[in-house]
Design a protein around this ligand. Sequence first.
Ligand code: ZN
Length: 295
Amino acid sequence: MTDQPWQWDEKTWRGHVEHVRAGRPLRPAAWPGGAKVAVALSFDSDHETPALRDGDVLPGKLAQGEYGARVGVPRILKLLRKYNAPASFFVPAVSALLHEGEVKSYVDAGHEVALHGWIHERNTALTETEERDLAFRAADVLEGLAGTRPVGIRTPSWDFSAHTLAITRELGLTYDSSLMADDDCYELLENGEPTGVVELPVEWIRDDAPYFMMDRFASLRPYTPPRGVLSIWRDEFDAAYADGGIFQLTMHPHIIGHRSRLTVLDELLDHIAGHDGVWFATHAQIVDHVRQELK
Ligand SMILES: [Zn+2]
């Protein structure tokens, strides 16, 4: 293989694209109970793990993550209870081990617990063996704490290595939620072959992190006020409702769990709950429903 992309032959560039690709769209004819929209709320309970992953082990940065577990999670669980809305929590294993009882608190409240790496590792920097080992160890930890083995994965930072899909299949997972080739679910193809693995797609537009994160020493600053984010997410929901599709959100307890932001999430859920035919469901429940299309 030549080095420069403009020198690649067709087999090479086509091969890169076809390694992991969207297959069959999985938009069901109807949602359960005749609902008009499926609402898939998710929270990535990263807490301290991105700082630890970066080797940033001083108390300042770790405390920002600790806030997510101490303050964000209880507020989020209370808010979800208010709307009777089951959600999915993607939890790095180290995060689950650091915060005793948190995974159980999700399960006891009827939420889903799913994979989100070992320590929020960068899977593209790992060997295949390391990535597989961490994924299997993480599944064992979550199974031990939740009582059931996770059925889905969201890769840390949505990164996908050359081996991620193969490892997802080895783990026997029914879905991934890290890719972006549609607004609705689709089946993942690996080198052109159907895998039976469902993708429940994400998007940075529907993630709290890009709107709110800041770094004191870099130029990274929040550029959208919370009420600006509310209007974007409300438009996303209204259009998903009109389409009869999925409205999916990715949030983080240490980011969305702050007062001015959770107020906005409360207003968004109030707007959503004011519609007829809203199905609040976990990612696993939505995937179970659309998988009927695969049969
Ligand atoms: Zn994460």
